[in-house]
Design a protein around this ligand. Structure first.
Ligand code: HEM
Length: 489
C-alpha cells in the first residue's frame, strides 16, 4: 500500500516537473526586466499607479525605481526613460529598434491602424510618408513661401484686437483669435486657403471635429478597455463615437479641401509651374501611385493635430508667461524697439537679429512642453536597454520634460528664465515641424509684444498657468483673459 502511494507520488512529481518545464519552454527564457513596482495578475500596476501618468508623476517613480523602469498597465508594458544617456540610446543609437509608435485602440481608429505618418511603425510606409511630406512641408523654401502670409495673419490679429473695445479694459480670451490665426497659417501652406473670421461656418465645423478628435484620443477614459482586453466589449460605445468623429472629420477634409484642390489643379495646366501648395505635391504622389487616397487624408489629419495644436498651445503658454513676468516682457519689447525701431513690424528675416525673443520662445518650450513625454515610441521586436530586456511592443515614454527640468542639469528649472534651450525630440522620429513652428512663434509673440502691453485682467496680478495633461499632451488648463493695451508709436 505504502509502495503504491510512493509510486503514485513519484509519478505526480515527475508529471509536475515535465509540465513546468514545458510551460517555461513555451513562455520562453526568463527575462531580465527593468525594475518597477510588483504587478498583480490581470491589472498589473494599473491600480497602484492610476491613469494619469503625467511627466511629473513619472519623475516620482523614476526617483524610486531609477532612470529606466517598467510599469505593467494591464496587458501592456510601459517603459519609462528619464536620463540623457538612455534617451540618446532610445532616440539615436537604437533609433531603428525603438523608432516605431504604439497605437492604442483609439489611435487605431483615428489613424486607420497607422496609415498616417505620425503613428505608423518604423518601416517602408513611414519612410515614404516622411519623404513625401518633406518638400511640401518641412523645408526653408516653405517658410520663405509662406512667411508673408504668417506676417499678414499676425498683423490681422493685432488689428482685430485693437478694434475690440474690451481688449484694453476688461481683457479678451486672446487664444480664440490666435486659434483662427494658427488654422490660417497651416491652411495657407496646405491648401492656399484661409478662414475669414472666427464665425466662418466651415472653420467652426472643422475646429469642433478637431477638438473632439483630440479630446477623445487624449482622454484617460478608455484606458481600462485598452489595458485589459477582456473589458474591451464595454468600450464599444466609446469606440463607436471615435469612429463617427473620424468618419465625419475625414469626409469634411476630403469634400471641402482635398477634392476642391483637385478640381482647381485639374483646371490648370499641369507641370511644376502650377504647383502652389502642399496638397498639390501630396496629390501628385497619389497620382504617381506612391500613396493612396486615404494616405492623403491622413497626412492632412496629421497636420491638423501635430502642427496647429502644439504651436497654438506654445504661443498661449508664452503669452501667459510674459503676462506673469512683466520685467521679461518689457526687456523683450526693448529689444524689438532697439533693433527694429519702435513700430517697425517684425518680419521673419529679422528674427535672427532678436536673440532675446528667440530665448523667450525656447524657454517657453522648455518649461511648458506641449508634448512632454514625446509622442510614445515602441520597439517592434524584443530589445535590450541598459542590460535589461524590453519585451516587444512596449510603449516607450521618454520624459523629455524631466531632461529639461531636472535640477541636476538646470539652475532653478521651475523659473521662467529665457536663457536656455529645448529640442523637439531627437533622431528619426523627431519633430520635422520645428522649421515652421519657430518662425510662427517668433512672428506671433514678437508682434503681440511690440504692439501691446500684455496684462492680467483687472483685479488679478497673474494669469492661471495650471496644466492639463492627456495621454501625451500638455496644455494650459484655463484659457486666460488678457488685457491688451495698444502702444502708440
Ligand atoms: C511648438 C510646436 C511643436 C512642438 C512642441 C512639437 C513637438 C513634437 C514632438 C515632441 C514630436 C515627437 C518626437 C518623437 O517622438 O521623438 C513631434 C512629432 C511630429 N511633429 Fe511636431 N511639434 C510642433 C510643431 C509641429 C508642426 C508645426 C508640424 C507640422 C507642420 C509638426 C509635425 C510633426 C510630425 C509630422 C511629427 C511626427 C514625426 C514622425 O513620427 O516621424 N509639428 N512633434
Amino acid at each position: 500500500m505504502d509502495l503504491l502511494l510512493l509510486e503514485k507520488s513519484l509519478i505526480a512529481v515527475f508529471a509536475a516537473v515535465v509540465l513546468a518545464t514545458v510551460i517555461s519552454k513555451l513562455r520562453g527564457k526568463k527575462l531580465k526586466l527593468p525594475p518597477g513596482p510588483i504587478p498583480i495578475p490581470i491589472f498589473g500596476n494599473w491600480l497602484q499607479v492610476g491613469d494619469d501618468l503625467n511627466h511629473r508623476n513619472l519623475v516620482d517613480y523614476a526617483k524610486k525605481f531609477g532612470d529606466l523602469f517598467l510599469l505593467r498597465m494591464g496587458q501592456r508594458n510601459l517603459v519609462v526613460v528619464s536620463s540623457p544617456n538612455l534617451t540618446k540610446e532610445v532616440l539615436h543609437t537604437q533609433g531603428v529598434e525603438f523608432g516605431s509608435r504604439t497605437r492604442n485602440v483609439v489611435f487605431d481608429i483615428f489613424t486607420g491602424k497607422g496609415q498616417d505618418m505620425v503613428f505608423t511603425v518604423y518601416g517602408e510606409h513611414w519612410r515614404k510618408m516622411r519623404r513625401i511630406m518633406t518638400v511640401p512641408f518641412f523645408t526653408n523654401k516653405v517658410v520663405q513661401r509662406n512667411r508673408e502670409g504668417w506676417e499678414f495673419e499676425a498683423a490681422s490679429v493685432v488689428e482685430d484686437v485693437k478694434k475690440n473695445p474690451d481688449s484694453a479694459t476688461k481683457g479678451i480670451v486672446l487664444r480664440k483669435r490666435l486659434q483662427l490665426m494658427m488654422y490660417n497659417n497651416m491652411f495657407r501652406i496646405m491648401f492656399d486657403r484661409r478662414f475669414e473670421s472666427e464665425d466662418d461656418p466651415l472653420f467652426l465645423r472643422l475646429k469642433a471635429l478637431n477638438g473632439e478628435r483630440s479630446r477623445l484620443a487624449q482622454s484617460f477614459e478608455y484606458n481600462y478597455g485598452d489595458f485589459i482586453p477582456i473589458l474591451r466589449p464595454f468600450l464599444r460605445g466609446y469606440l463607436r463615437i471615435c469612429q463617427d468623429v473620424k468618419d465625419r472629420r475625414l469626409a469634411l477634409l476630403k469634400k471641402y479641401f482635398v477634392d476642391e484642390r483637385k478640381q482647381i489643379a485639374s483646371s490648370k495646366p499641369t507641370g511644376g509651374e502650377g504647383l502652389k501648395c502642399a496638397i498639390d505635391h501630396i496629390i501628385e504622389a497619389q497620382q504617381k501611385g506612391e500613396i493612396n487616397e486615404d494616405n492623403v487624408l491622413y497626412i492632412v489629419e496629421n497636420i491638423n493635430v501635430a502642427a496647429i495644436e502644439t504651436t497654438l498651445w506654445s504661443i498661449e503658454w508664452g503669452i501667459a508667461e510674459l503676462v506673469n513676468h512683466p520685467e521679461i516682457q518689457s526687456k523683450l519689447r526693448n529689444e524689438i524697439d532697439t533693433v527694429l525701431g519702435p513700430g517697425v513690424q517684425i518680419t521673419e528675416p529679422e528674427l535672427h537679429k532678436l536673440p532675446y525673443l528667440q530665448a523667450v520662445i525656447k524657454e517657453t518650450l522648455r518649461l511648458r512642453m506641449a508634448i512632454p513625454l514625446l509622442v510614445p515610441h515602441m520597439n517592434l521586436n524584443d530589445a535590450k536597454l541598459a542590460g535589461y530586456d524590453i519585451p516587444a511592443e512596449s510603449k516607450i515614454l521618454v520624459n523629455a520634460w524631466w531632461l529639461a527640468n531636472n535640477p541636476e542639469s538646470w539652475k532653478k528649472p521651475e523659473e521662467f528664465r529665457p536663457e536656455r534651450y529645448v529640442p523637439f525630440g531627437v533622431g528619426r522620429r523627431s519633430c520635422p515641424g520645428i522649421i515652421l513652428a519657430l518662425p510662427i512663434l517668433g512672428i506671433t509673440i514678437g508682434r503681440l509684444v511690440q504692439n501691446f502691453e500684455l496684462l492680467p485682467p483687472p483685479g488679478q496680478s497673474k494669469v492661471d498657468t495650471s496644466e492639463k495633461g492627456g495621454q501625451f499632451s500638455l496644455h494650459i488648463l484655463n484659457h486666460s483673459t488678457i488685457v491688451m493695451k495698444p502702444r502708440s508709436f
